[in-house]
Ligand binder design. Sequence first.
Ligand code: PAF
Length: 286
Amino acid sequence: MNTVKTVRELRAAVARARSEGKRIAFVPTMGNLHSGHVALVTKASQRADFVVASVFVNPLQFGAGEDLDKYPRTLAADQEKLLQAGCHLLFAPTVDEMYPDGMTGQTRVSVPQLSEGLCGASRPGHFEGVATVVSKLFNMVQPDLAIFGEKDFQQLAVIRALVHDLNMPIQIIGEPTVRATDGLALSSRNGFLNEEQRAVAPVVYRTLSEIAGSIKQGERDFPALIGMKLQQLEAAGLRPDYLEIRHALTLRPATAQDRDLVILVAAFLGTTRLIDNLHLNLDAPV
Ligand code: PAF
């Protein structure tokens, strides 16, 4: 696996693979890779002949007071994991390489509606930062397909929309969330949890599963159900940011008649913000 740091080297390496008739898959990441990322790269190597990954902690998607500075940077370990997972090319640019003219005047990509509410409400500008960097990366790599984790459900919806709306010829594939045996969704931010918090954290997914269970059994009073489960999260010591039931495709608030649902949560455990979701399609075969 080759690691390149400049757009020029990246383009040259991808062009070589393309000239050999290879199909290109792309896995964008912010590094500090765990088994969830490895699953994305493994899927990429099953779907394409040449796998490109990126590691870039994108300042544009972090708000003031968020964890940009303490976000873990572990490039050597990431390189090892990517190599093992079948990655062919790693793009690990500096901030200057990605934003050579600074970020203030940088053209932005904004996806209305889907970016609003949920994480968009508590992290203003976050999805504009994500949509902008992903658009730039897509233009640099020009992959045939790109793979993202379903753990960031709203992010995936935003990226699908931008690719559709801007006519980018890239297939977007969502890969199921990888969980620890106790249900906690793997995340680079889990490393911020102390032992006591880590023991509490599985309540997040347990809560989502219980809500899904109640809906499957016919419960349709969503506000009451959510109110009860918010209390459960608070009683466990979390500070919920949101817990909502939405329509899985449009992300608008779900009605009692909707069949394709997603339950989404964001909650603070100490200073660590955990997010998770559970997709529940009531018409899917069991
Ligand atoms: O999900 C992430 O790791 C990031 O938001 C992404 C998509 C790599 C953009 O910086």
